[in-house]
Design a protein around this ligand. Sequence first.
Ligand SMILES: [Zn+2]
Length: 375
Amino acid sequence: MEDITPAEIDNLQMPVHPRSEPLPMVRVAGSHREIGRQIGEDRADQVRHSVENARTLLDQTYDSLELTWEGATIQSRKYMPFSQERYPQYVDELIGMAEGAGVSYDELAVVNAMEAVAMDALHLTKCTSLAVNNDRTADGHVLVAHNEDWLPDDEQDVYLVHASPNDEPPWLAMTYGGLLPNIGFNAEGIAQCCDTVYPNDTRIGIPRVMVSRAVLAARSPSEAIRSALVPKRAAGYNHLLVHETGELYSVEVSARRFAILYGEDGTIAHTNHYLDQKMQAIEDESDELISTRLRYFRAMRLLKRSDLHTLKSLQVIQRDHLNFPNSICNHSDTDIEPLDREKTICALIIDLTSRAMHITWGNPCTSQYHTYYLD
Ligand SMILES: [Zn+2]
């Protein structure tokens, strides 16, 4: 993918053996309990499989994490009172999902608090997000792209949720297994991508997944940022937040600090290390975070290469293989160490102007994009 010209972008051939299946999408509506139950019933196999995956991962990594499933359950229960106090509606979604999928609430609590109870010990680097606004696209649309890098075994658990909650704007989001959805956009024209970051000030509090689920309900950019900074949060993501008017923000969050970066030249990108200086001061094991820096520089360079972007030019960035296998299109799925195994399990581009999501199931270099709309 080195030195691709705009003409070559137009001539990009699909890979020889593209993965062609579209992702399943479940339509849900009603109260949060009902929404959760509808997701659980429709996606029962995927929810159960993700619980099994989490159990297997803890089994395989016991020598290094020394965490049993029972231990993880006890740990994750400590986070739930904070969730219940601030976001009872999303605890209800989890209860509904557990009922619908025939798993226990405790099991879903572990899956949703996994990053807090175990994943910080994982060496996953995870995810590339970027966006271009209406000043920087050929058709004047606002485009937001995200590669989701995660455990290879969860690739089969990816699906989309098209939700019309009673008390929130409708939204369309990607998720996998028993996780609450958090990467997507809503009818108020707000899009969110989440990138894992590594603060050293984590504490018992509201899990990151629940904090970012709440952002999908935001009706304005300030409401989205306020949700990302909810008090008593356990840790933090980078929330790449985009408004349909073309405002681009990276909200870097830890348990106690935050920074807001702005897409000055109509583009923005974020990977898995803090960019703001005061956030860098609390980054855990910064010198381990090498490939995330390379992905960030590479994404910024490829964004600068075109004055006007298109869906295709963003797809080229999503398929980039610099520093393979730890590239933007991630292929580290054969690493011997289970804790180091990861790959791009889906790649999506949100067209915030036409309220559409183009998404692959699996690595974008070998999979077709399919398009879904928010009604
Ligand atoms: Zn690839």
